[in-house]
Ligand binder design. Sequence first.
Ligand code: ADP
Ligand code: F6P
Length: 325
Amino acid sequence: MNNAVKTIGVLTSGGDAPGMNAAIRAVVRTSISNGLNVKGIRRGYAGLLEEDIVDMNNLAVSDIIQTGGTILYTARCREFKKEEYQKMGADICRKHGIDGVVVIGGDGSFNGASKLAENGINTIGVPGTIDLDIACTEYTIGFDTAINTAMEAIDKLRDTSESHERCSIVEVMGRTAGHIALWTGIASGAEYILTAEKFHGDIQRIISKVQDRRRLGKKNHIIVNAEGVGNSNEMAKLIELATGIETRATILGHIQRGGNPTCKDRVYASAMGAKAVELLCEGKTNRVVGYHHGEFLDFDIQEALAMEKNLDPYLFHITRKLTTR
Ligand code: ADP
Ligand code: F6P
């Protein structure tokens, strides 16, 4: 095969996500089967600037497809937003013979990838974030595992809320995006789903709904709250005060980022990692892999970053009916 690149570097950046290891494994194994060398850049752009770079082979990625986290570690690196460090990053790649880089991360990481590309290193982004907040793709690595983790936690909360006849506010992650809240809210039959995109602070509507459902005989109430909407503990106090129903807030936090990836996360992450290497072999750069209408595609990074992602309108529409009084 006449590849456009000879040595691929792979890094993970930003928040970790279950399935990143499956993507790393796919990058390493696809590279090697295409006759390329492959190096792991540890701790994202921070590790690149510190030249924390290791040779990878097929054995180095054995038995990782089923594990959460990232064997390459991840980090956030403020310096990399500055031009001088971006140039330095590209020079370090050249020094180590790396002429193509796969960046597994979110929007922020793709900005960094684009800067590497501007500085002459062929670079491809792979969407890795539990938040599903990347507009060019219907799938991001880790979202499926995270929503299953959150859903199972909410099922457990439902049991104890029912026993105590309580109301539960469950805060899920998502940064400023409500996808995790919407999906887990629907899947767990929540009475109310609060997302930053759609909730405008009308706590009285929540209180009225809880009161109505209690009058109808419901003994527990689950409210899923996306982080970024408001303070779950404060909301719990307000609801308890207004309804007289004991209300507890539970913040699920970083458990949503860990755990063994689901089958979907393992398979899609593998496909996206392999696709990134194929794109580099074709000489492409400044692209990001996406999944759209049943196909793994690639998009220009700038165009992808400029796209806007909304909550799925149909899913949002049905929540009104499914969480009915
Ligand atoms: P995510 O990739 O999950 O969106 P962040 O927004 O924290 O996570 O970005 C991860 C890293 O990507 C940052 O710590 C920084 O190193 C790099 N990065 C983010 N924005 C830029 C930018 N505008 N230019 C260059 N690098 C960036
Ligand atoms: O982007 C993934 C994510 O888990 C968000 O959902 C959350 O807002 C953020 O990262 C938390 O970041 P940190 O790990 O720095 O607390």
